[in-house]
Design a protein around this ligand. Structure first.
Ligand SMILES: NC(=O)c1ccc[n+]([C@@H]2O[C@H](COP(=O)([O-])OP(=O)(O)OC[C@H]3O[C@@H](n4cnc5c(N)ncnc54)[C@H](OP(=O)(O)O)[C@@H]3O)[C@@H](O)[C@H]2O)c1
Length: 286
């Protein structure tokens, strides 16, 4: 006889919660049960996306209305995870629920945010899909091949790995003590690119360049830099005064940038020192 599917409750059903629950449902891996968000309207909308026409699935307005479940996904903003775990632990203790498996999806925070549940015998983990979830619809289409960082209790990670793998996730383990540095690295890899692009645009505009030319310069340089980094690695792809070890040129440019935007000049100097280090030159600037 076929085993019943594990039941899934969601606390928080925004971009990540909807995406995972939708994919797990579509692949027949879970039975979605109760969905709680801040407003009943968003819970209803999320449920319609996750489990359309499934009459055993409910949007609820309070955690006390959530039934027992095998799997609890806390897909709320990072700052809310601890409080939601506390509420869930209190509910489970009061009702005498059987311990279950709980996970959150923060990249920067570890499974220790769910310690209050672990203290009651639950299995806890964090699972961070390395994808920009612009919307649940786009993320569902883009999810296959997404690296997913698992961290937390071994039993919890072992139970989650097949769930993420079955929807196309490429799971890897991150040690709890490495979680913050792991996420800082993801920030370095992606989040500062738009910041630097915006600064470059502003600096070109400050020289009086027309918009069309600014956009063309930015696009050409960015595309070629990405291609070169992917093909050659960061060190070989590095060009410019730091790659040549031209300390005098860097110092001259930093002074001009400082006249234009002192905050940008601090970043320019710090990044130039790191670029010199990457190129194997002495990082000190005159
Ligand atoms: N977005 C990404 O690209 C991405 C990538 C990887 C991991 N993550 C992680 O995934 C988690 C969720 O992020 P997200 O982008 O999906 O967030 P989101 O789209 O902003 O959705 C958050 C959801 O949590 C609900 N919520 C907020 N506070 C709540 C509370 N106290 N009780 C119940 N529900 C509550 C919101 O309800 P309402 O809709 O009613 O406000 C909404 O449904 C975070 O830990 C984040 O770090 C995000």
């Amino acid at each position: 006889m076929a085993q019943p599917l594990p039941t899934l409750n969601l606390i928080g059903a925004g971009r990540v919660g909807q995406t995972l629950a939708h994919l797990w449902m579509r692949h027949g891996l879970v039975q979605v049960q109760d969905v709680l968000t801040r407003s009943n309207q968003t819970a209803q909308t999320a449920l319609a996306f996750i489990a359309p026409g499934v009459d055993t699935a409910h949007a609820v307005q309070h955690i006390a209305c959530m039934r027992q479940a095998d799997l609890w996904l806390l897909a709320v903003p990072d700052a809310q995870i601890g409080a939601c775990a506390k509420d869930l632990a209190a509910l489970a203790r009061q009702r005498g629920d059987a311990p279950a498996l709980a996970l959150h999806c923060s990249g920067a925070r570890g499974a220790d945010l769910l310690q209050v549940l672990r203290d009651q015998g639950w299995s806890v983990a964090s699972a961070h899909p390395v994808l920009s979830f612009a919307s649940a619809q786009t993320a569902v289409a883009q999810f296959a091949g997404t690296p997913c960082a698992l961290e937390g209790e071994v039993t919890a990670c072992d139970a989650l790995r097949p769930l993420f793998t079955a929807i196309g996730g490429a799971c890897f383990d991150v040690r709890s003590q490495d979680k913050v540095l792991y996420h800082a690295a993801a920030v370095l890899a992606t989040n500062f690119v738009p910041v630097l692009q915006a600064l470059a645009e502003d600096a070109w505009r400050a020289t009086g360049m027309p918009d069309a030319l600014v956009l063309r310069l930015r696009e050409r340089l960015l595309r070629h830099a990405v291609d070169n980094i992917v093909a050659l690695g960061p060190q070989q792809a590095l060009t410019g005064p730091a790659a040549r070890g031209d300390h005098a040129a860097i110092a001259r440019q930093a002074d001009v940038v400082a006249d234009w935007d002192p905050q940008a000049a601090a970043a320019y100097r710090a990044l130039s020192a790191l670029a010199l280090r990457l190129a194997g030159h002495p990082p000190e600037l005159p």
